[in-house]
Write a protein that binds this ligand. Structure first.
Ligand SMILES: [Zn+2]
Length: 81
């Protein structure tokens, strides 16, 4: 039972997709193709780090709105039958 130990990141220098070891996250790594150095950052983690201010209340509100929409659709479906 081996966990995946790589994630994919695009080299900011040459644009190639690279396999980066997850244990190198946050560290300086070097592209095997062009030798360009960059900091290993998982895009998803970086995106979350960039937008951490979204509160749980906001998310709950969005979910409720979506649920209301779905329920509304279900209601109209029922009305037509
Ligand atoms: Zn590169």
């Amino acid at each position: 039972m081996s966990q995946p130990v790589y994630y994919h990141q695009q080299c900011p220098v040459c644009g190639r997709m690279l396999q980066v070891r997850v244990n190198l996250l946050g560290q300086r790594v070097y592209c095997q193709h062009c030798g360009g150095g960059f900091v290993a950052l998982d895009e998803q983690m970086a995106a979350e780090a960039r937008a951490p201010q979204r509160s749980a209340a906001d998310r709950a509100e969005e979910l409720l709105e979506r649920a209301a929409m779905v329920l509304g659709q279900a209601d109209s479906d029922n009305a037509t039958t």
